[in-house]
Write a protein that binds this ligand. Sequence first.
Ligand code: ZN
Length: 308
Amino acid sequence: MGVRFELQSCHEGLVEHGLIIPTGEPGVFGRSAVFEDVLERFNDLITQAGTEDRAETCVFPPVLNRRVLEKVNYLESFPHLCGSVHSFKGNALQALALAERARAGEDWGDMLGSTGVALTPAVCYPVYPGLAGTLPAQGRIISILGWAYRHEPSDEPTRMQSFRVREYIHAGTADQVSRWRDQWLARGIALLRALQLPVIEQVAADPFFGRAGRMMANHQVSQQLKFEVVVPVISMEEPTAICSFNYHQDKFGQVFGIRTADGEVAHTACLGFGMERVVMALFVHHGWKLAHWPEAVRQQLWPKGAPA
Ligand code: ZN
C-alpha cells in the first residue's frame, strides 16, 4: 500500500487520530501530547546535528517590537502576511459599544488601536537587533525555537497561521556565513533522510507581495539566496517545504549595525526547520500510529526506547 498524498486524507488522519485539535479557525489548531513528543524528539536531533556550532541559545516571546518590522521593510515585502497586535484604549462608553458589537457578532476591529508589538513573522527577527556592534572573529551563531505568525488562513493542514520554527542564525563574514549555510544544507538533508523522508533540495523564493515582489523573488532565485528542502506531505506534485536556508547577504548587518571583527558590515544567514510540518510529514509517510513506524526511525527519535 502506497502513501496517500491528499489534502483530505492528511487533515482527516491528523484529526481522527487525535494528533491535532481543530479550533474552528483555519490554520489554528491544538497539538496532542503524541504530536508534541515527536516534535520535541526531532528538536533534540537538530540540536545534536548542530553540536559543532557551539551556538548560543535564546528564547523570545511570539511578539516582536513593531520597530523591527519597520526596519526590515516587512510591510513592503509581505504586507499580506503581517499580524499586528491591537488593543482597546477607549473610555467606558466606548467599551460598552465595543462589547455590544462583539455580542451582536459585528466586527469590532476598528475600535482597537495599535500597540508596540506585532506577531513575530520570522523566528530570527528578534535576534538581529541584539547582534549590533562588533562580532568576535568567528562571528556568532544563535539557536532559537520560536513561534511564527503568517496571515494565511487555510484548511490545508501544513499551512498554519501560527507554527514553530527551529532556527540557527549566523552573523559573520560573507565567506563564513555562506560556507556555514552550505554545511547546514547537507546536515539538514542527512538528518531528514535518516528519518526516511524522501527529501530533495531546491532553489526557492519568499512569497513577496505584488509586482515589485516578483522582481525581488527573481533576484533571490538568480542569486541562489534561498534553498528549501521539500517532501511530499499533501501532494506528490507540489511537495511541502519543511526546511529553508537563507542567505541575507549584508541586509541585516546594514540595518542593525552589525560589524565583523575587521570592521566590515557583517553578513547573515539563517536556517529553519518547520517543526509541525516535519511532524506531519513523519505521520503521513510512516503511519498514524507510532508503533507502526519503521524501527530505524523510532530508534533515531527515541534512542532510550520508543513509545508503544
Ligand atoms: Zn530566519
